[in-house]
Design a protein around this ligand. Structure first.
Ligand code: KG4
Ligand code: ZN
Length: 350
């Protein structure tokens, strides 16, 4: 770790995780995450007002813990970066307000950054500076996109995205159909390990017929979710037992098959031999294994950060902020505004 690299604090509050990360260059020094997920569980989804209040309560204690963990004082920081979008408007506002206050009081620059780009940039902390260009598959609770990333601090081009549900959303909805807790992704992942991924042939959206060329880089998961619901309903109506593990494994296999096939096809089609996978669903064990297998076969170098860096955290925001400082990207003004629907092309937000 070179001490001349920028020391940056990242603040993440776009959904239900309050994340404070501290990095020096590409070295992770602290990653404090406080989650309000337990408070949302009984509603079966994130309740924005509850999330905002939880961020307000968790944020400053997390800042203190992160500084202690990293062994730095607030006055040592070179910059603060904060998720300014996309995300829940009220939740984002808590993070950007805190970042403005801290940056102003310490007289350091502030970077309003894109949450989606941060999911891609976080891999710097594990595997070093990103290969340029790279294809990135971004799979989270709210987004599913294929991107061409020429420079994660400035130049991200969307190749395709989901036409309906995000991959994580599909996991969460199918988990609910199976009576598993919210958020369902990790539970489906766990239960699927005991099941047969080939037990049920669930549909692979936008992979066949005339859909394939027209939507080569797009995804659709709502038909899959409906197919799972119908399959369960039919068995229940016939009084048959449902093997939860087989349904979970077969559903997961369908999602992962489509995600990896399309990501690798995008890489091959663009002549790019680096694939990055990021976002909460990138924590999925089957996705990680199949992506590795298929990339090895295709001669593509795969990079996926370790699971706890895939789900929302502050380190990813700090990682992108530090990359911006190093690249000489101009800081945002102190008056940054959160943008709840910021597109992925806007790497600097507000
Ligand atoms: O990136 P993230 O933490 O938050 C958003 O930006 O949305 O992603 C959360 C999503 C949820 O839908 C969650 O169920 C899913 O990621 N997820 C998983 C796994 N861990 C988290 N999905 C499948 N398998 C997992 N192991
Ligand atoms: Zn996320």
């Amino acid at each position: 770790m070179a001490m001349d690299e920028p020391l940056v604090m990242g603040i993440e509050t776009s959904c239900d995780e309050t994340g404070i990360g501290i990095v020096r260059g590409t070295t992770l020094l602290a990653d404090e995450v406080a989650s309000s997920v337990a408070e949302h569980a009984r509603f079966g989804g994130v309740v924005p007002e509850i999330a905002s209040r939880a961020h307000l309560e968790a944020l400053l204690p997390a800042v203190t813990r992160a500084c202690e963990r990293a062994g730095v004082a607030l006055s040592d920081l070179d910059a603060i970066s904060v998720t300014a979008g996309p995300g829940l408007a009220g939740a984002l506002l808590v993070g950007t307000s805190a970042a403005q206050g801290l940056a102003w009081s310490m007289g350091v620059p502030i970077y309003g950054v894109n949450h989606l780009a941060a999911h891609v940039a976080v891999d710097r902390l594990e595997h070093g500076p990103l290969p340029q260009p790279a294809i990135a598959l971004l799979v989270s609770g709210g987004h599913t996109s294929l991107l061409r990333v020429d420079d994660v601090t400035a130049d991200v081009t969307p190749l395709g995205a989901t036409l309906d549900d995000a991959a994580g959303e599909a996991f969460d909805k199918v988990a609910r159909l199976l009576g598993l807790p919210f958020p369902g992704g990790p539970h489906v992942d766990r239960v699927a390990r005991q099941g047969d991924p080939n037990a049920i042939a669930f549909p692979r959206g936008l992979t066949a017929g005339k859909d394939q060329p027209r939507h080569a880089h797009n995804f659709s998961f709502s038909g899959l979710k409906t197919a799972v619901a119908r399959w369960i309903d039919q068995r229940r109506a016939a009084g048959e037992d449902i093997d939860t593990a087989d349904v979970a494994a077969s559903f997961q296999e369908a999602v992962v098959d489509v995600l990896t096939a399309k990501a690798i096809a995008a890489a091959k089609g663009s002549g790019i031999d680096h694939l990055l996978i990021g976002g909460g669903v990138a924590a999925n064990s089957r996705l990680r294994a199949m992506a590795q297998q298929r990339c090895d076969a295709a001669g593509i170098e795969l990079r996926i950060p370790r699971p706890d860096l895939c789900t929302d955290n502050g380190a990813m925001v700090a990682a992108l902020g530090a990359a911006m400082v190093t690249a000489g990207v101009p800081a945002s003004g102190l008056d940054i505004a959160a943008d709840s629907s910021a597109p992925v092309t806007e790497v600097t937000v507000g």
